[in-house]
Ligand binder design. Sequence first.
Ligand SMILES: Cc1cc2nc3c(=O)[nH]c(=O)nc-3n(C[C@H](O)[C@H](O)[C@H](O)COP(=O)(O)OP(=O)(O)OC[C@H]3O[C@@H](n4cnc5c(N)ncnc54)[C@H](O)[C@@H]3O)c2cc1C
Length: 478
Amino acid sequence: MRDALLATLAEIVGPRWVKSRAPELVAFDADGLPGYRALPNLAVFPGSRDEVVRVVQALAAVGASFVPRGAGTGLSGGALADDTVLLGLNRLTRIIEIDAVNRIARVEPGVVNAKLSRATAPFGLQYAPDPSSQSVCTIGGNVAENAGGPHCLKYGVTLNHVVGCTVVLPDGTETQLGDPFGESDGYDLLGLFVGSEGCFGVATEVVVRLVPLPDTVHTMLADFPSVDAAARAVSRIVATGIVPAAIEMMDNATIRAVEASIYAAGYPIDAAAVLLCEVDGIAAGLDEDVAIIRDCCMESGARDVRVATADADRVRLWQGRKKAFGAMGRIAPSLVVQDAVVPRTKLPEVLAAIHEIATRLGVQVCNVFHAGDGNLHPNIPYDANDPDASARVHAAMSEIMLTCIAAGGTITGEHGVGLDKLPYMDSLFSADTLSAMCRVRDVFDPERRANPGKVVPVHACKEWHGTTAAPRARRTVS
Ligand SMILES: Cc1cc2nc3c(=O)[nH]c(=O)nc-3n(C[C@H](O)[C@H](O)[C@H](O)COP(=O)(O)OP(=O)(O)OC[C@H]3O[C@@H](n4cnc5c(N)ncnc54)[C@H](O)[C@@H]3O)c2cc1C
C-alpha cells in the first residue's frame, strides 16, 4: 500500500517532491523542541493549492493520517509526524495580493512571517503579530498555533489579524472560513480553526489584516538589581493605563548568554533583569508615556532607564531579545523552551518559585519572556545525552508547569499543546470539557487523521469511534 500511495503522490506533485527514504526523512524528525523525535512514514510537498487538495484526497482515499508542517519551528512537538505522512506546506510561498486600500493581504501558508511585513512596508503597512521566530516561521504555522510575539501586547495575537482562511478538510473538501470584508454570519468557524494545531485541516490560503506602521517608536531598556523589582515594574506600568507596544523581560542568565554571542545588544551584564519596553503611535504624547514608564521603573527599584534614540540602537536592542533562544546554544547543546501564562500580578511569586525549583533540582533556568502578557518562557539549557541531567530537566519542567497552573495560569500562551503539554491537559480541564473538545474536532475530522494524538489526550476521546493510537514519539528528556 505504501508503494501505491507513493506512486499516487508522485503523480500529483512530481517524484522530486515525495521523500520516502530514512536519510531524507530524518530532516523532519523534530520541530524546534528537540526533546521529541519521530520519523514520518513519508513526506510530500505540494506546490500549489490544487495539489494540496489532490494530496489530501489521495490520503483520505486510503485512510492515511497526515501532519501539516510549515517551517518546523514549533515548540511543542506539534509538527512531528510519527510514522504518518508529513504534508509540507513550505513550497506555497506566494504573497498573492496586497490590498493597501482595504488593508488586507492574501497569502499562501508557506509565506515567512517577516517577509510579509517587508512586502507591505512600502505601503506604510505591517502584519503585526511578530513571533521571535519571524525570520523563519510561516503564516500557516502561525495560524495553526495562534502565534503571539513581543508586540502582541498592544496589537493582539494571530487570531485578531486573520480574517479569512481557505482550508482543505481532512476528507479533501475545500471550505472558506471567515469573511475578509466584514463579520461572517453564523458560527465563528474561523475562530475555531485558528489555534487548532493542524488537527482541523490544512490552511492553504490566509487573508490577514494589515495595520499602519507607527509614526514614532521609542524603545527603552530598564536595568534592575532584582527580578522581583522588574516584575513589580511590569504591574506598575500596566496599572497606569498606558498600553506599551511591548514589555519583555530577560534575566541575568539570558543577558549573559546574549552578551557573549554575536547578538550582543549592550545589555548590562551585572543586571539581575532588564525590561525592554516600547511605545509607539503618533508622536504627540509619546514622550509623556516614556516619562511615566521611566518613573514606574525607577520607583520599582531600577538602576537606570536608557531610551534608544537612533534606529540602529533600537534594532540592536531587539535583535538581542529575538535571538536570545539561539544565544543559549552557547550554554549547552540542547534547550527546552517552556511556555506558560500567569496573571501578571503573580509574576514575582512565580519567578521566585521557578528559581527555587531550578536551584533544588540543579538545573539552570534562563527566563526571557513577554512580561506584559504574563507569558513566561523558562528555558533550560542541558545535555540531552546525559540521562541524569535529562531526568532533572524533565522534573523541573513538570514542577514549573504545575506551579503556573496553581497560580491561576495556564500551560501555553503561544506555543500550543502539541505533544509536550498533553500530560497537563487533565490538570487544567475537566473530563467533560476535554470531551467537548473531542466533539468539536469530530466536526472537522471525524476520522481523526489530521495530526493524530496531539492537543487532547487520547483517553479523553475514548467515546470517539475508530480511535487513533496514542503518540509514540520518542522523548529524549526522559
Ligand atoms: C527561536 C524561536 C522563537 C519563537 N518565538 C515565538 C514567539 O515569540 N511567539 C510564538 O507564538 N511562537 C514562537 N515560537 C514558536 C513557533 O515559531 C511558532 O509556533 C510558529 O507559529 C510555528 O510556525 P511554523 O511555520 O514553524 O510551524 P510548524 O512548526 O511547522 O507547525 C506548527 C503547527 O502548525 C501546524 N501547521 C503548520 N502549517 C499548517 C497549515 N498550513 N495548516 C494547518 N496546520 C499547519 C502543524 O501541524 C503544527 O501543529 C518560537 C520558536 C523558536 C524556535
